[in-house]
Design a protein around this ligand. Structure first.
Ligand code: FES
Length: 149
């Protein structure tokens, strides 16, 4: 099955993409010519201002796949990094509960355009708050997640 993506800037209009190629572009941040970046995999400007991007600890595995969400340009979102939120992939302040001692804090992200973003829902990403393909690692796939698939 082939897919034509109309209007997306990094897809050539004359090119027919199949889903496997799209997944490869998504997971590695480059197309087959290694010259096109996926915006989510580029360096986040907020990293220099928010220490939550640099937390060493990783959260509890909530799900073993990413979550696509339509963000609004200029709006701030707080991605849950602990995995305990009931409003995944976003924070509901569960980390502040005195009963479950959690040191992880949410990661603030401001959308630079109105479009769909793929947020990490396994909480093991090295590119917070976005999916970087870490959910495919054998450790993550064999672990018990909050969401049963
Ligand atoms: S869901 Fe893909 S890295 Fe977490």
């Amino acid at each position: 099955m082939a897919l034509y993506v109309k209007g997306a800037s990094f897809f050539s209009r004359s090119r027919i993409w199949n889903p496997e190629q799209l997944i490869r572009v998504w997971c590695h941040g480059k197309n087959s010519n290694n010259n096109t970046k996926v915006p989510e995999l580029e360096e986040r400007p907020e990293k220099q201002y928010h220490s939550s991007y640099h937390q060493k600890e990783k959260g509890k595995i909530y799900d073993k796949k990413p979550f696509k969400f339509q963000c609004q340009k200029g709006k701030a979102y707080f991605w849950c990094s602990c995995g305990h939120s009931k409003r995944q992939p976003f924070c509901d302040k569960s980390h502040a509960s005195p009963y479950i001692k959690i040191s992880l804090r949410p990661v603030r992200f401001v959308a630079e355009e109105t479009r769909e973003y793929w947020f990490c829902n396994c909480k093991q990403t090295n590119n917070r708050p976005f999916c970087d393909g870490s959910h495919k690692l054998p450790d993550v796939q064999s672990a018990t997640a909050t969401v049963k698939s």
